[in-house]
Design a protein. Structure first.
Lengths: 548, 235, 180
């Protein structure tokens, strides 16, 4: 298929949409968490209901990706009114459809947050949960059917790919990404444009693009939601990257625990190939690019780029020392670009709207938006996307609706097992790369776990250390033995048997493991320990046995 | 051949580009501690004993895997590195069950030597005392996991020198183990050629021939390096 | 100069370290000039009096050892872990890879030499083995360690001689560090 054919399809789909074939559109969230609370059943029941009422030609029922407030699921959204219903029970569907479509007024008691707010917002977009957000990576998530490429095409899908192939040189694409000041969303925050440029500069007959979807942090589900909600966006980003760096082959490494994401991404690849958006001579140009999915086997360490590469190569997933960096010698020794799912999801909006547009969002050093997975003792947990620099307070109290049972906020853990905690006195910290580092934490991939007074910070540190101990690949000594030692010492302190000597050893080991480990897993494994020690040392002191 | 200048421990050296920091140090009599390094097989940077400070680098670099650059400023054995080497050695001892007095490698063990070099007289961390198997299924050799330090020298020698790839690694974290084939007893391995190279590669008393007792193990790891050198010359 | 008081104690070890101590041979006379050996398995004297130096062989394996080492720590100005067992549990600690019950069963119930049903001795006057053997430094503060199985007589004499002259020995510098 060439460019003209694509335009024709988009035109046809858009006309269909504009002709307003349907009066109503009902979106049912079919993200993994809503499915687990029964949204597939809801979907079936809703379709039956529409059929019984003979509304098939007026109402379109669309299964979508994640809408955001995951713990309120299953969710159902009526468009164009933007009424969202929460915790849908199959027995309510008939009443909702009756009220919404026949009587033209929503049932307020069943609307989103009706049970926790004084009065729910009829138009959910007015709710602080959504109002404070800015969706770029998640733009179409929850609006379109992730299993239909046409839905994506109508929403400007593959326009960026079209633009780069016909109007931009690889250098221009890289310049655009550099101008956007997008930084890697996997956690480390390396400027994406520079990474692309480095890979572009290496001369090789073969280069690779890898999408890192091995999201392993406990409590994090940003990548999953993006892959489930809008796989084509990621695919498009990868193809653009392939064009920019000169790669003809891409790998999407998705963890095996995300069967739905894998299914939808594979479907997206199939659809894109059929439409000529992947494969040889994309849109009739000389650019060829194809993507293969590789499924992770459940090792956290495979999120580390060199371990991930080893895993794709079919080897044991263990990291190797850098340099050489993958940009120079990556997959099968060839220059390789590795970016996170969320980074790729940000590419097409940047191309469509310009790097300058993106760079003006967020803070000067951390541009753009960041997706966070809100979890823990917070009223509304789920998936949110906010401009960089939004304060933690806004996220917790405005978007998240405050603490469960109005308990006192104690700390927020960012970056999962590689990150640290932010105590209550720093609630006004701006969520960007530098500010979090200055508090001893990291942005990480976007897991945000909110804790109240019932959380014991020593136990939190112990939990994350146990995670790192189990997930260490066992290659280098500091990480393999050091995490085990630190875990045992933390367990001892948790059991109220630790002494001051144990605490000293713990601190010594933490710095040692951080500085000497081979890869980022070991290098960041002591972070939760160090940051809880920094902000909650008293809790440790209270636990240790005092000798007279 | 063109050489490049590097500064190691404030001493200017002219060295061949393409060499690793470790090679340069060894050639210039700068003492470097290593455990996973074995001349002739690939370096993996796993033991973290050869860490050096490189000016401009934001972390410590493993000398065995880092190649020299022109005007690189390197410091070995600084106080910090010495402290870390000591902790690494302690962790080696604490991890598995190293009982020198009953070990075939007693007196000839690289781990023992390492302990003496870092002046380690006791281990401050509690020993983990894991339950490890002793595989005596091979007719001539024994694999004692109690004494294994997971340097994977045997794995690399078996793969790169002998080409058999009998050895590999399984599990994760502190539960990693060296395995024969797909975790079958060594004696039932279909890939092992019984060449005995792994015995010489092993730095401790983890792999040894059956006919010996405490302190009698003789190892010739340099034999493997020479073998690889000769092969290169032939090519 | 006042003569110092020296004690040597035998906890969970094989007494090999004490044998090695005797291997200092005639140099024992040099030690005797500087110190009285007030308690030792090789001399009379049941109580542990206050001493300047206590050489403790063996690891902590039982409740009795535990009480004893705490007492020794109180009585001794300088406590020296003497030999690999005291320093890193060594052979004594080899039972730590197993559960204590399995160790007892192997020794008393399932031993090949058992000609009838075995019984684990449990007389109240017997000491009670701890689940895990630990080195001295996990129970008390240790001032100096002499590793080795057994430590060389030279190393032992060197350490004693230095301490008796109020100097702090350094085994590494003296090139006498050895394990096993």
């Amino acid at each position: 298929m060439n460019r003209h054919d694509l335009k024709t399809i988009i035109y046809a789909e858009k006309t269909k949409e504009e002709n307003n074939k349907y009066r109503h559109k009902i979106c049912v969230c079919c993200g993994a968490s809503c499915i687990s609370s029964g949204s597939e059943e809801v979907m079936k029941k809703l379709q039956e209901e529409i059929k019984t009422r003979g509304l098939e030609n007026e109402v379109e029922v669309v299964p979508t990706g994640c809408m955001g407030p995951c713990n309120q699921g299953p969710l159902m959204k009526f468009l164009p009114e933007y009424n969202i219903y929460q915790k849908i029970d199959c027995s309510n569907i008939s009443a909702i459809v009756q009220s919404q479509l026949t009587e033209k007024k929503p049932i307020e008691d069943l609307l989103l947050f009706a049970d926790s707010r004084e009065k729910p917002f009829l138009d959910a977009q007015e709710d602080p949960f959504f109002k404070k957000q800015m969706k770029i990576a998640l733009r179409n998530c929850g609006h379109i059917n992730p299993e239909r490429i046409e839905d994506y095409l109508v929403h400007n899908g593959y326009q960026a790919l079209d633009k780069v192939l016909f109007e931009m040189s690889p250098e221009e694409v890289i310049a655009e990404i550099k101008q956007s000041r997008l930084r890697g969303r996997g956690g480390a925050g390396y400027p994406t444009g520079f990474k692309w440029e480095t890979v572009y500069k290496y001369v090789s007959d073969q280069k690779y693009v890898i999408c890192n979807g091995d999201e392993g942090d406990p409590g994090a589900f940003m990548d999953r939601s993006v892959l489930e909600g809008n796989p084509h966006r990621v695919l498009e980003g990868m193809a653009i990257a392939g064009y920019a760096v000169g790669a003809s082959k891409g790998y999407a490494y998705i963890r095996g625990e995300y069967p739905l994401a894998i299914k939808r991404f594979e479907l997206a690849i199939k659809q894109a190939r059929k439409m000529g958006l992947l494969g040889n001579n994309i849109l009739g140009t000389s650019f060829s690019f194809d993507i293969e999915v590789r499924i992770g086997a459940g090792a956290f360490v495979c999120g580390e780029e060199t371990a991930l590469i080893a895993s794709i190569e079919g080897k044991r997933g263990t990291p190797r020392p850098r340099p050489p960096f993958p940009a120079e010698s990556g997959l099968w020794g060839k220059p390789t670009l590795i970016n996170n799912v969320e980074s790729f999801a940000a590419i097409s909006p940047i191309i469509n709207n310009g790097g300058e547009w993106y760079s003006e969002i967020g803070t000067p050093k951390s541009a753009g938006t960041k997706v966070f997975a809100l979890a823990g003792k917070i009223k509304y947990s789920g998936l949110i996307e906010v401009p960089m620099g939004t304060t933690l307070r806004e996220i917790v109290f405005d978007i998240g609706g405050g603490m469960q049972n109005d308990a006192d906020f104690k700390a927020a853990q960012t970056g999962g097992p590689s990150g640290g905690c932010i105590p209550a006195e720093h609630l006004d910290v701006k969520m960007d790369y530098e500010s979090l580092v200055s508090l001893g934490s990291i942005m990480g991939s976007g897991g945000l776990i909110i804790m109240d007074k019932s959380s014991d910070m020593v136990d939190v540190a112990r939990y994350f250390m146990e995670f790192c101990m189990d997930e260490s690949c066992g290659k280098c000594v500091p990480c393999r033995v050091g995490t085990r030692m630190m875990h045992d010492l933390l367990q001892k302190i948790c059991d109220n048997k630790g002494t001051q000597i144990d605490l000293n050893r713990l601190e010594e080991l933490a710095v040692y493991v951080k500085e000497t480990s081979l890869c980022g897993l070991g290098g960041s494994a002591p972070n939760p320990l160090l940051s809880t020690l920094r902000h909650f040392r008293q809790e440790y002191e209270n636990r240790i046995v005092k000798h007279d | 051949m063109n050489t490049i200048p590097v500064i190691i421990n404030d001493k200017k050296l002219d060295v061949d580009p393409g060499k690793t920091i470790l090679e340069v140090c060894r050639e210039n009599d700068i003492e470097m501690l290593t455990m996973c390094h074995l001349k002739g097989v690939m370096d993996i940077g796993a033991c973290r004993l050869c860490l050096v400070e490189v000016e401009g680098a934001n972390k410590l670099m493993s000398a065995c895997t880092t190649r020299v650059n022109a005007n690189m400023i390197v410091r070995t054995a600084t106080d910090k590195i010495k402290r870390y080497q000591r902790i690494t050695t302690e962790l080696f001892f604490a991890e598995r069950n190293h009982v020198c007095s009953v070990c075939v490698a007693n007196g000839k063990c690289e781990l023992q030597q390492l302990g003496y070099k870092v002046e380690l007289d006791h281990i401050r961390y509690p020993h983990l005392f894991p339950q490890c198997e002793v595989d005596t299924s091979h007719p001539w050799y024994v694999m004692d996991h109690n004494r294994c330090i997971m340097c994977t020298r045997c794995v690399r020698v078996c793969t790169e020198v002998e080409g058999a790839h009998n050895w590999d690694v399984m599990n994760r974290g502190h539960q990693v183990r060296i395995i024969s084939d797909f975790n079958t007893p060594w004696g039932e391995s279909i890939t092992c050629t019984s060449c005995g190279k792994c015995l010489h590669a092993c730095p401790t008393g983890a792999i040894w021939p059956k006919a010996i007792v405490q302190g009698q193990l003789e190892k010739k790891p340099e034999m493997l390096s020479e073998l690889m050198e000769k092969r290169k010359m032939k090519l | 100069m006042n003569k110092k008081k020296l004690a040597t104690v035998w906890l969970g070890g094989c007494s090999g370290c004490h044998m090695s101590l005797l291997d200092i041979d005639e140099r024992i006379l040099d030690v005797a000039k500087l110190a009285d050996i007030v308690k030792s398995p090789v001399v009379d004297g049941k109580e542990m009096p206050p001493v300047d130096i206590a050489l403790v062989e063996g690891a902590i394996t039982s409740d009795e050892h535990y009480r004893e080492i705490l007492h020794i720590r109180k009585q001794a100005k300088t406590l020296i872990a003497f030999g690999d067992c005291a320093v890193m549990t060594n052979v004594t600690g080899m039972r730590n890879y197993f559960h204590l019950k399995d160790v007892f069963d192997t020794a008393y119930r399932n031993a090949i030499s058992n000609d009838q049903e075995g019984k684990v001795p449990d007389h109240p006057s017997l000491l009670k083995l701890n689940e895990k053997v630990v080195p001295l430094q996990e129970v008390v503060k240790v001032d100096f360690v002499i590793p080795g199985c057994p430590p060389d007589a030279d190393a032992i004499f060197y350490v004693l001689f230095e301490f008796l002259h109020d100097r702090f020995p350094n085994l590494s510098k003296a090139k006498k560090l050895k394990y096993g």
